[in-house]
Design a protein around this ligand. Structure first.
Ligand code: AHM
Ligand code: MG
Length: 335
């Protein structure tokens, strides 16, 4: 059957029965994310026109400047997900602590929690470069009907029920997985409808793009330095091409389509890496694996890491399987 006119809304309904515990709850959750994505998209597209760009004067828990649109996107996603009795808890990169939903309501039977980076790569907003939203969905581990606890959020990535991202780029795309492969939908802005444009997305097994902030080279572990030198060597299909947007969603998206590797290692400034395990690495790792790619901290599969704190950071190497394996070899040889 042709997928040409299949909308995201239709796709969600069509696939509802393939979930083990299907009750329509997850479909409602995706519908809320879809709506929030359109609202944020509208605002991101206006960013150059209205006086919305610039720091809000606040810093988030990691001590980084928060841009106005981060705050806005955070509010939009929180409102879309918490006001409709869909989930029982939410964690956001922009919130110090997790949010408990409807814990007073004894009829509250919702079983999913969501973790999100509502606007990733936000330092790119005021220069008109793509940004993204990342989300991750888990089934709660504590009993339904009780308030969520930190245990519901500190789950290994391998327990994810769904994960996805929205890329606000030259076109806006919604890419997600429920553990049955990865599908991408492109927004028709005139109609406000996402259409299935990239069915069954897969990383090429090998690639020739490496994405890393080489300005930090001097601070990288020796294994990463050696791998970068390997990428630059003149041999076989190398040197590879260097492409780094500084917007994880965009770098990942390009590498998934063209074949490549993304690396954010530990540095002396960020000894545990910069990216957050729960809001960024774990969902991207789930998508990567579902797209036949790989994600690692250099030594361990990202999805096998048991988080110990909500805002935990982790080194991140992700992309085409052969490239990530090669980078891991370099890391292990230099341990
Ligand atoms: P953010 O969540 O504050 O936007 O930071 C995450 C972003 C990623 O999207 C991107 O890959 C990385 O930080 C870029 O960091 P750097 O500027 O250090 O290279
Ligand atoms: Mg981020």
């Amino acid at each position: 059957m042709s997928h040409k006119n299949l909308t995201l809304g239709e796709f969600i309904i069509k696939n509802q029965d393939s979930f083990k515990y299907s009750s329509g709850e997850l479909s409602k959750l995706f519908n809320s994310i879809r709506l929030a994505a359109k609202v944020v998209n509208h605002e991101v597209n206006k960013a150059g026109l209205v006086d919305i760009i610039g720091a809000a004067g606040d810093t988030n828990i990691q001590g980084e400047d928060q841009q106005k649109l981060d705050v806005y996107a955070n509010e939009v996603f929180i409102n879309a997900l918490t006001k409709r009795n869909i989930i029982c808890g939410l964690g956001s990169e922009e919130e110090d602590d997790f949010i408990t939903i409807n814990s007073q309501d004894e009829n509250h039977q919702n079983k999913y929690i969501i973790l999100t980076d509502p606007l990733d790569g936000s330092s790119n907003i005021d220069v008109n470069v793509s940004v993204g939203t990342i989300f991750s969905v888990f089934r709660r581990v504590t009993p339904v009907g009780t308030p969520v606890t930190i245990e519901d959020f500190l789950q290994k990535g391998s327990e994810q029920v769904a994960a996805g991202y929205i890329i606000y780029g030259t076109s806006t795309m919604f890419v997600y997985t429920t553990g049955h492969g990865v599908n991408g939908f492109t927004l028709n802005p005139a109609l406000g409808v996402f259409y299935l444009s990239h069915p069954d997305m897969q990383f090429p097994e090998n690639g020739n793009i490496y994405s890393v902030n080489e300005g930090n080279y001097i601070h990288f572990p020796q294994g990463v330095k050696n791998y970068i030198k390997y990428c630059q060597e003149e041999q076989d299909d190398r040197p590879y091409t260097s492409r780094y947007i500084g917007s994880l969603v965009s770098d990942f998206h390009r590498n998934m389509i063209k074949g490549g590797i993304y690396i954010y290692p530990e540095t002396s400034k960020n000894p545990k890496g910069k990216l957050r395990l729960l809001y960024e690495c774990s969902p991207m790792a789930f998508i990567a694996e579902q797209a036949k790619g790989m994600a690692s901290d250099g030594f361990t599969r990202i999805l096998d890491i048991k988080p110990t704190e909500l805002h935990q950071r982790v080194p991140f190497i992700c992309g085409s399987k052969k490239m990530v394996k090669k980078a891991e070899d370099f890391m292990k040889n230099d341990q």
